[in-house]
Design a protein around this ligand. Structure first.
Ligand code: WT7
Length: 640
């Protein structure tokens, strides 16, 4: 599809936009002063003395400043007279609902903070959170923030094994989980996996929310029910104020090795940028908008754009527990209609799924409340962009394509809805205060029309402060590629068009993007080789029309393993789901006799990608044994 249309912001949005073009000018005149101005959106118990201390690659923002993140997200709105405003319209998958005002949210967070303190949590302790999309996930995160205890949320779809690795890496003592949640019309258990993960680790207490009511194993000396411990607490809690650099959370994400990286975020800078970008990119009007970010709190999108950014801005938001097709494929649109949602933020993979389900579904609901749409997680193809605007946004709404990462903490590149003429498929421009560029392999900026690597050339407030427990890996992963220039290497390919607008082209490392989730090829490979039947494995991300990329695995079975047929493939797919989680399940497993390797023994994934995407093979001359590809190709029809 060749799409050259540009979409100017609607006049009404321009007239009342939270942020105008002046912000770019202000930020480029004095970037640091600009961010100081944004930090004043927050309540500080003591102002900072230095805005930025930058000893590359280590940054400290707003040092000397004291704040409490939870007070900024909750208490201050109640104190300002907004206690009766709805913070969260929660919608359970089975149709049960909860309406949580800011006053109620404050009580719940304070009670949870008192309970955590009673269970021994002190500032600096790490707390694991493994919960479905229920309000307690938000209460738990904010209770940790209130106590200065960094949380580490693990997506409920991750396996026991994945949770255990994270518990051990973070050395957490408390785990917050639930009996389960509702997914696809059924209760989906979490407690058994939580138990399996916690066994033999440093977890001393497990706090369990009752959601599904299913019977679950309960260790009387270790486990406590949320309703027993939290509900009896006083709804008052005197907050302590912490340094701007107090760790707020650790969120694990896949890198190029099998071991996920614990991305560390701190308080003042993170909250400043999460709140500012939410205000600027979503143009949130707290008195009239109803905002819905359809992500899971287990991902960074949920951290920054369900919990911290929107609540700091006093948003009224929708939070939904389940899947978009339960009990019917119009569920999202029913929710938009019911709550009069005005701002919706979701992922291209979800949009493409809706496209597949047909135009009639959204057409059957009243979506006239929507005034702004957002996209995140992977490049959005122009067809999906146009469909989203036309069929969901009624041909009226801007669509903001927001580029960022777990590491950046908040949105970095995006149109501004009241300023930018949107270009379908492009994230377009670095936000005010953000410095991004596209450089060639030598670190030299490419001219307009050129392509290369996306870099961030100046530190930003919400930047990761490191990889938990591994400063060497932090410097190496992000700062060594363009060390000479001192640029942050994002791991994404990008191009600049003739107008200088940015187009993101996907990862340039061994990281796949499946439905907007980052999965490392090495991580899936090591899960596969941990199966007794597998001798060797190579994994590639192949283009997929719905999920962006699909995981294709090439495996060599051990002698004696059952070969051929679907049995080994099905067994191995389940094995990966058990090791990592269902999101990492390969779409396709090909049993092959050999893998293509260079003379130095490195697997040539490029060739495997050619096979997986049914392309004719690229250059095979560097292969150690060029007949290997014939062997692989010969096995294909029978192998999947
Ligand atoms: C990677 C980061 C950001 C929250 C969700 C994912 C890709 C993300 C876009 C976009 C093109 C995008 C990049 C990035 N990505 N947003 N708008 N256009 N690519 O967070 O799991 O840390 O993944 O997602 O490849 O590096 P994450």
């Amino acid at each position: 599809m060749h799409e050259n249309r540009r979409f100017a912001p609607p006049a009404a949005l321009v007239a009342a936009a939270n942020v105008t073009a002046d912000a770019y000018a202000a930020a480029s005149a004095d970037r640091i002063a600009f961010w100081e101005e944004q930090a004043r959106r927050l309540d500080w118990a003591r102002p900072w003395t230095t805005a930025l201390e930058w000893e590359p690659p280590f940054a400290r923002w707003f040092t000397g400043g004291l704040l409490n993140v939870a007070v900024n997200a909750v208490d201050r709105h109640v104190d300002a007279g907004h206690g009766d405003q709805v913070a969260i319209h929660w919608e359970g998958e089975p149709g049960d609902t909860r309406t949580i005002t800011y006053a109620r949210l404050k009580d719940e967070v304070c009670k949870a903070a008192n309970a955590l303190a009673e269970l021994g949590v002190r500032a600096g302790d790490r707390v694991m959170i493994y919960l479905p999309m229920i309000p307690e996930a938000v209460f738990a995160m904010l209770a940790c923030a209130r106590l200065g205890a960094p949380h580490s949320v693990v997506f409920g779809g991750f396996s026991a094994e994945a949770l255990r690795n994270r518990i051990e890496d973070a050395q957490a003592r408390l785990l917050i989980t639930a009996d389960g949640g509702f997914r696809r019309g059924r209760p989906s258990g979490l407690k058994a996996a939580a138990d399996e993960a916690a066994a033999g680790t440093g977890i001393e207490r497990v706090l369990v929310v009752r959601r599904t009511g299913e019977a679950v194993p309960f260790a009387e000396d270790r486990d406590v029910w949320w309703h027993d411990v939290v509900d009896r607490q006083p709804a008052a809690h005197v907050p302590e104020y912490f340094d701007a650099e107090q760790p707020l959370f650790i969120l694990y994400t896949s890198g190029t090795t099998a071991k996920p990286k614990g991305i560390l975020h701190t308080s003042g800078g993170y909250l400043t940028q999460a709140a500012y970008t939410h205000h600027a990119v979503f143009d949130l009007k707290p008195d009239t908008d109803v905002y819905w970010c359809a992500a899971d709190v287990g991902w960074v999108t949920g951290h920054s754009y369900i919990v911290y950014g929107p609540l700091a801005n006093r948003a009224t938001q929708v939070m939904y527990e389940g899947t978009p097709d339960t009990p019917h494929r119009g569920r999202f649109w029913e929710i938009v209609q019911k709550y009069r949602v005005s701002i919706l933020y979701t992922a291209p993979t979800t949009i493409r799924t809706f496209m597949k389900w047909g135009d009639d579904l959204p057409a059957g609901f009243d979506l006239s409340s929507l005034r702004l749409l957002g996209s995140v997680g992977e490049p959005i193809n122009p067809e999906a962009w146009i469909w989203y605007r036309d069929h969901i946004g009624g041909g009226r709404t801007p669509v903001v394509d927001t580029w960022w990462q777990t590491e950046t903490g908040a949105i970095m590149i995006s149109p501004l809805p009241g300023v930018t003429d949107c270009k379908p498929g492009s994230a377009q421009v670095a936000l005010p205060g953000i410095a991004a560029d596209v450089v060639d392999g030598g670190g030299v900026p490419v001219p307009d029309g050129g392509g290369g690597y996306l870099v961030l050339t100046e530190p930003w407030p919400a930047m990761l402060r490191g990889i938990w427990g591994d400063p060497g890996r932090y410097a190496d992963t992000y700062w060594s590629r363009f060390a000479e220039q001192g640029y942050y290497f994002a791991g994404d390919g990008a191009k600049k068009d003739q107008d200088g607008d940015l187009w993101l082209l996907g990862r340039v490392d061994d990281v796949m993007n499946v439905s907007g989730h980052r999965i490392s090829t090495t991580e899936v490979e090591s899960a596969l080789v941990s199966h007794p039947h597998v001798a060797e494995a190579a994994v590639v991300g192949a283009t997929d029309p719905t999920t962006g990329q699909g995981i294709v695995a090439f495996v060599i079975l051990r002698g004696g393993a059952p070969d051929g047929g679907a049995a080994p493939a099905a067994e191995l797919r389940d094995h990966v789901a058990r090791e990592i989680g269902p999101i990492a399940k390969p779409r396709q497993i090909l049993v092959v006799p050999e893998l293509p390797k260079t003379r130095s023994g490195k697997i040539m994934r490029r060739l495997l990608r050619d096979v997986a995407e049914n392309r004719s093979l690229g250059d095979v001359t560097t292969l150690q044994d060029s007949s290997v590809m014939d062997l692989i190709s010969a096995r294909l029809p029978a192998a999947s």
